[in-house]
Design a protein around this ligand. Structure first.
Ligand code: GLO
Ligand code: MG
Ligand code: MG
Length: 416
C-alpha cells in the first residue's frame, strides 16, 4: 500500500541542500585527510560517466578532468586514473594536442595535490576496435601497439605506477569467424609491445617500469570473451606468449568475477598465490547479470568484509580503484556530494572493520580450535576421525554469525 506523503513538493533550488543535509545526517563520514591515507584511486571515467547505456540517454552533463580532479581533491581521493581517450580525443593521440592536454593534467594534479596512479588504453569504444585490438588486419594491430605504447608514454609523463588492460572487445558475437589461438597470440604481441617500450622508457628515464595489469570481464561488450576471467588471464600470463610475464599481473574487478558466478574472494586468493594481485577495481553488483557497476558495499557488504579480511591478512598494498558508475538517478552535484564520498567511506569502514574482525577474540579462538583439530583419533579409522572433529565443526557457522554481528555493530538485539 502506498503511504500518502505529507511532504510538499520540493522546489528545485532546495533539493541540493536537502540532499546534503540528509547525507550529513547519515553520519559515518571521514575527513579528507583520513581518506587520503588509503590508496584509493578515482577514475576519470567513473566521475565523468553521464548515465548513458544501450537503452539510456545521458542524465548528467559532461565534465572534464579539471572538475574531476578538483572534486576528488575536496573529497580526499588522493589518486586519479584515466583511459587515454577519457581526456585526449582519439585524433590527437600521439600528436601535439596530446602534449598540451597532458601538461594541463599535470598542472591540475599538482595544484590539487593528487597523483596519477594508473593509465589505461581504451581498446573497446572506437570503431577501429570493432574486430578487437587483436584483429586479423595488421594495420589494426599496429595501431593497437601504437596506442598501448603511447599510454606508457602518458604514464611516464604523469608519474603513474600502473597500466591496466581491459581487453573488452577481444571476443566475438558469432562463432567461427575468429580463430581463438591466433587472436590470443596477436593480443600477446600488443602487451609485449607495451612492456618492451616500457623497458626502454625506464632505462631512458632511470625509473622502474610500470606494473602492467590485465583486467577480465566474462562478457560485454562482446557476447563471448577470449580471456573471460582472472584465472584465464593467469594462464595467459604463464602461457609463454609474453616476452615479459614478470611485468604483467592482474587487476581483478570485484563485480566482473561475481558476474560469472565466482566467489570474488577465492579469485583474489588464487591471484595472491600466483603473486599477481597488483591492482583491484572495487565495486558491487549481482551474480549472473550484466556489469551494473554499483558502488562498493551497496549490495554485498558481508562478502566485501570477507574480501578485505583476506587482503588485509595478506598485506595487499596496491590501489583500490573506484571503478563503478554513479547511478543515472544521481545528479552532477550528487556525484561528488553523495556518490564518491559515501563510496569511499563505506570502503574505509569495511577495511577497518576487517581489521577488527581479524582481531576478534571469538573468531580467533574458533579458528585456532579448528586448526588444532579434535583429539583421540588417528590413522585409518574414518568414523573415529569424523567423530573426533564433529562438535568442533559447528564453529564454521558460528564464525559466519560472528562476522554478521561485526557487520551490524556486534550483538545487536531489538526490544520486542
Ligand atoms: C569495464 C571495465 C573498465 C576497465 C577500464 C580500465 O567494465 O571495468 O572500466 O576497468 O577500462 O582498463
Ligand atoms: Mg565493470
Ligand atoms: Mg574495471
Amino acid at each position: 500500500m502506498l503511504v500518502p506523503t505529507t511532504m510538499k513538493p520540493v522546489p528545485q533550488n532546495q533539493q541540493q541542500s536537502l540532499v546534503e543535509r540528509l547525507t550529513k545526517a547519515c553520519g559515518g563520514s571521514y575527513s579528507p585527510e583520513t581518506r587520503r591515507k588509503y590508496f584509493i584511486t578515482g577514475p576519470q571515467w567513473a566521475a565523468a560517466y553521464q548515465g548513458q547505456a544501450l537503452f539510456h540517454a545521458p542524465t548528467r552533463a559532461a565534465i572534464g578532468y579539471e572538475d574531476v580532479i578538483r572534486e576528488y581533491a575536496k573529497i580526499g581521493i588522493g589518486y586519479w586514473s584515466t583511459h587515454d581517450t577519457d581526456v585526449i580525443p582519439t585524433a590527437a593521440l600521439g600528436k601535439d594536442g596530446q602534449h598540451e592536454i597532458v601538461a594541463g593534467i599535470k598542472k591540475s594534479l599538482a595544484e590539487h595535490g593528487l597523483k596519477c596512479s594508473m593509465v589505461t588504453t581504451e581498446t573497446f569504444h572506437h570503431a577501429v576496435w570493432a574486430a578487437s585490438p587483436a584483429a586479423e588486419s595488421p594495420n589494426v594491430r599496429d595501431y593497437a601497439a601504437f596506442r598501448v605504447k603511447n599510454t606508457v608514454d602518458i604514464g611516464y609523463e604523469l608519474g603513474a605506477e600502473f597500466a591496466v588492460y581491459w581487453p573488452g572487445s577481444l571476443g566475438y558475437y558469432v562463432q567461427g569467424a575468429v580463430e581463438e589461438t591466433q587472436t590470443l597470440k596477436w593480443y600477446a604481441e600488443t602487451l609485449n609491445a607495451a612492456c618492451e617500450h616500457d623497458i626502454e622508457m625506464g632505462r631512458k628515464h632511470d625509473r622502474p617500469t610500470l606494473k602492467h595489469c590485465m583486467e577480465a570481464k566474462p562478457f560485454e561488450p562482446q557476447a563471448e570473451i577470449l580471456l573471460p576471467t582472472s584465472d584465464a588471464m593467469l594462464a595467459f600470463i604463464g602461457s609463454g606468449l609474453l616476452t615479459h610475464p614478470e611485468m604483467v599481473g592482474l587487476n581483478p574487478e570485484y563485480l566482473h568475477e561475481l558476474m560469472w558466478g565466482a566467489a570474488p574472494r577465492a579469485v583474489l586468493a588464487r591471484a595472491l598465490l600466483a603473486g599477481k594481485l597488483w591492482h583491484f577495481d572495487i565495486n558491487d553488483g549481482y551474480r549472473l547479470k550484466h556489469d551494473v557497476d554499483i558502488a562498493v558495499g551497496l549490495v554485498n557488504p558481508l562478502d566485501w568484509l570477507n574480501v578485505l579480511m583476506l587482503l588485509r591478512s595478506h598485506g595487499y598494498n596496491g590501489p583500490f580503484n573506484l571503478d563503478y558508475k554513479p547511478p543515472r538517478t544521481t545528479s552532477n552535484h550528487g556525484v561528488f556530494a553523495v556518490s564518491f564520498p559515501t563510496a569511499v567511506d563505506r570502503f574505509i569502514t569495511l577495511w577497518e572493520m576487517a581489521g577488527e574482525a581479524l582481531a576478534d577474540p571469538i573468531i580467533n579462538e574458533a579458528s585456532e580450535a579448528l586448526k588444532a583439530g579434535g583429539e583421540g583419533a588417528h590413522g585409518n579409522d574414518a568414523d573415529a576421525i569424523a567423530a573426533s572433529n564433529a562438535e568442533l565443526l559447528s564453529l564454521h557457522e558460528l564464525i559466519a554469525h560472528r562476522l554478521v554481528q561485526i557487520l551490524w555493530g556486534t550483538g545487536r538485539t531489538y526490544s520486542v
